[in-house]
Design a protein around this ligand. Structure first.
Ligand code: FES
Ligand code: FES
Length: 137
């Protein structure tokens, strides 16, 4: 199977691997798993309480190369976005950008779920209206 250059680049040199402080009020943590393969992804966002913009994003993925590339790309996209803009990130945009093959589409679903679950965590922690809905797996 031929993988795209972009996918291989994100897989070999993943951006924003790491951890943000869970105890920080401005940090939202999403932890999701893929039932298909048992892979797990943790994605965190740091939100500026005044502007409601995402100033930082980190991830750790215990999973396949496509899941690593999807979360790496997702953290790049998240930085600088408002929470609302981040909620609009659709897994199919990730599929398109990385040219993921059909059998790997669910890996991008994992990234979208991780974003939504991180936002949900942030909103709940801060007593905000929860606008993020995480798909049930
Ligand atoms: Fe594949 Fe949820 S990650 S369906
Ligand atoms: Fe499990 Fe890609 S095969 S997330």
């Amino acid at each position: 199977m031929a993988y795209s250059e972009k996918l291989l680049d994100h897989f070999k040199h993943p951006r924003n691997v790491g951890t943000l402080n869970k105890e920080d009020k401005g940090v939202g943590t999403g932890l999701v798993g893929a039932p298909e393969c048992g892979d797990v992804m943790r994605l965190q966002i740091q939100v500026d309480p005044v502007t409601q913009r995402i100033t930082d994003a980190k991830f750790k993925t215990f999973g396949c190369g496509s899941a690593i590339a999807s979360s790496s790309l997702a953290t790049e996209w998240l930085k600088g976005k408002s929470v609302d803009e981040a909620l609009a990130i659709d897994n199919m945009a990730i599929v398109e950008e990385l040219a993921l093959p059909p059998v790997k589409i669910h890996c991008s679903v994992l990234a979208e779920d991780a974003i939504k679950s991180a936002i949900k965590d942030y909103q709940e922690k801060n007593g905000l209206e929860v606008t993020a809905t995480v798909a049930a797996h």
